[in-house]
Design a protein around this ligand. Structure first.
Ligand code: ADP
Length: 423
C-alpha cells in the first residue's frame, strides 16, 4: 500500500496555505491562495471568503494525493470569532476578526475576570462574546461560539461546537484545570462556549459528501487545530524543553518550550499549553520594521557582507519603529534610540543588529527570571533568519547555538498536528 499522507491548512492574516506531508515530515505538496473579497453590503463577507478558500485549496491538492490523506487539521488567526446557531450552523453575526476590538465589553469582562487575565483585552474572544451577548436580542439560547479554525474544521466534520485549548485561551479556558474557570461557568452565556480538546485530537471522520466529491479515503479524519502563531512554532519542531524559536519579522517575537507555566501581564508574557509542556512567549516592538525604515532589503544584504560577526559593536541602540516597548522592558513611553550614526553604513547596521540581538538575549533572560526553563538552542524564522552574519552575531551575543528553522510555515505545523492525532 502507498504511504499515508497528512494535510495541514493555515488560515493566516493575508491568505491561506496547505501542506501535505508524510509520516517522516517530508512535504509532498503545498500551495497558497489569497482570500477572495466577497462583499455583504459594505462589509467583507468573511464566511463566504474563508469557505470558498477552504474548498479551493482542497481542490488544489493533486487528486492522486487526496486519496492518501488520512488526517486533516487547520490553524487560524487567534481570537477570530464566529457565533452560530448550534442547530442550523448559520452565522448569527458577522465574524469578528483577530484584531477587532470590542471596547464596550471590556469593563464587563474586567469586572468578572481575575486581574490582568488574558481575556482583559478589548480584542479577546471573551470581549467579542460579551459584546455580542449584550447587544443581541434573539437566538441567544441556541448560540455557539467557534474560532475561525474550529469553524473551518466543522465544515469538514459536521460536529458543531468543538475547539482546542490553544484557541480557547483568549475566551478564558484554563488549560491547566482542563476546564472553564468558575467565574466564567457562572455567566449566563456559558452555554455558548465550545467543548475543548487538546490540539491534534481526532474529532470525527470527514463528511461523506465531501469525501466522495473530492476523493478522500473513507477513513480520513478531521482533528482539532491551533492558532497560526503556535502552528508556526510547531513547524520548527522544537519539541524539547529549552528549545526556542525567535521570529525576526517586522517585530521580534520569542517562543520557548518550558516545563513550567509563566504569566506576567506587565510584559505581555503568557503561556500556551502544548501537551505536558508550556509554550511561553513575548514580543518586542523592535525588529525588521526599523531596518526597513533605514535600508532596502538589497542594502541589508550588501552591507551585511561587510560585517564581522565575531567583533562586538561599540554602538548601543534601542531600535524601535515608534515610541513604546512592551517586552523585555515594559515602557509605553520608551523612545527609539538610533544615534549616534557612524559615517559607515555597515558599522551602523552592525550596531543595530547587535542591539536587536541584545534585546533578544534580554528577552530570554527575562523568561528565565519569571520561572521558565532555561533556553538551550534557538531556531529562527522570518525575514531576518536568512541573514547568516546576523545569525553568527546572535550566537555570540546569546551564547547559544542559533540555527535557521527548516520549516516555518504554519500549514506545516498544522500538518504535524494531523499526523500526531493519528499516532
Ligand atoms: P513580517 O513580520 O512582516 O511577515 P517577514 O518575516 O517577511 O516579516 O520579514 C520581513 C523583515 O525582514 C523586514 O522588516 C526586513 O527589514 C527584514 N529583512 C529582510 N532581509 C533582511 C536581511 N538580509 N537581514 C536582516 N533583516 C532582513
Amino acid at each position: 500500500a502507498e504511504a499515508k499522507l497528512y494535510l495541514g491548512m493555515d488560515f493566516g492574516t493575508s491568505g491561506a496555505r496547505y501542506a501535505v506531508i508524510d509520516k517522516e515530515g517530508v512535504i509532498h505538496s503545498e500551495a497558497k491562495r489569497d482570500y477572495p473579497m466577497f462583499m455583504n453590503g459594505d462589509a467583507v463577507d468573511w464566511v463566504r471568503s474563508w469557505k470558498t478558500t477552504l474548498f479551493s485549496l482542497l481542490e488544489d491538492i493533486p487528486i492522486t494525493m487526496r486519496s492518501l490523506i488520512t488526517s486533516i487539521s487547520i490553524d487560524g488567526t487567534s481570537a477570530t470569532t464566529l457565533i452560530l446557531d448550534s442547530k442550523t450552523g448559520e452565522a448569527l453575526a458577522r465574524p469578528l476578526l483577530y484584531n477587532e476590538s470590542c471596547p464596550d465589553a471590556l469593563p464587563i469582562v474586567k469586572s468578572i475576570a481575575p486581574i490582568n487575565h488574558t481575556v482583559c483585552s478589548g480584542s479577546s474572544t471573551l470581549c467579542k462574546l460579551v459584546s455580542w451577548w449584550t447587544s443581541s436580542d434573539s437566538s441567544r439560547e441556541s448560540a455557539v461560539l467557534m474560532h475561525q479554525s474550529d469553524w473551518l474544521l466543522w465544515l469538514l466534520h459536521g460536529k458543531i461546537g468543538v475547539s482546542d485549548y490553544n484557541n480557547a485561551l483568549k475566551v478564558g479556558y484554563d488549560p491547566e484545570l482542563e476546564s472553564y474557570p468558575p467565574w466564567l461557568k457562572s455567566q449566563p452565556y456559558s452555554h455558548v462556549l465550545p467543548t475543548i480538546q487538546a490540539p491534534g485530537t481526532i474529532i470525527s471522520t470527514l463528511k461523506e459528501d465531501i469525501r466522495i466529491k473530492l476523493g478522500f479515503p473513507e477513513d480520513c479524519v478531521v482533528c482539532t487545530g491551533t492558532t497560526d502563531s503556535i502552528a508556526a512554532f510547531l513547524a520548527a519542531r522544537a519539541t524539547q524543553p529549552g528549545k526556542a524559536v525567535t521570529s525576526l519579522g517586522s517585530t521580534l517575537a520569542i517562543k520557548l518550550l518550558s516545563t513550567t507555566r509563566i504569566d506576567d501581564a506587565r510584559f505581555g508574557v503568557y503561556s500556551h499549553r502544548l501537551d505536558d509542556k508550556w509554550l511561553v512567549g513575548g514580543a518586542s516592538n523592535t525588529g525588521g520594521a526599523v531596518l526597513r525604515q533605514l535600508f532596502s532589503d538589497e542594502q541589508l544584504e550588501n552591507l551585511s557582507v561587510q560585517i564581522n560577526p565575531m567583533e562586538a559593536s561599540p554602538l548601543d541602540y534601542y531600535p524601535l519603529p515608534v515610541e513604546g516597548e512592551r517586552f523585555p522592558i515594559a515602557d509605553p513611553k520608551m523612545a527609539p534610540r538610533l544615534s549616534p550614526r557612524p559615517e559607515c553604513d555597515a558599522a551602523y547596521l552592525h550596531g543595530i543588529l547587535e542591539s536587536i540581538a541584545r534585546i533578544e538575549a534580554k528577552g530570554y533572560a527575562l523568561l528565565k527570571d519569571l520561572g521558565a526553563t532555561k533556553v538551550e538552542e534557538v531556531f529562527t524564522a522570518g525575514g531576518g533568519s536568512k541573514n547568516d552574519k546576523w545569525t553568527k552575531l546572535r550566537e555570540r551575543v546569546l551564547g547559544l547555538p542559533v540555527r535557521r528553522a527548516l520549516q516555518t510555515e504554519a500549514a506545516y505545523g498544522a500538518a504535524l498536528l494531523a499526523l500526531k492525532a493519528t499516532e
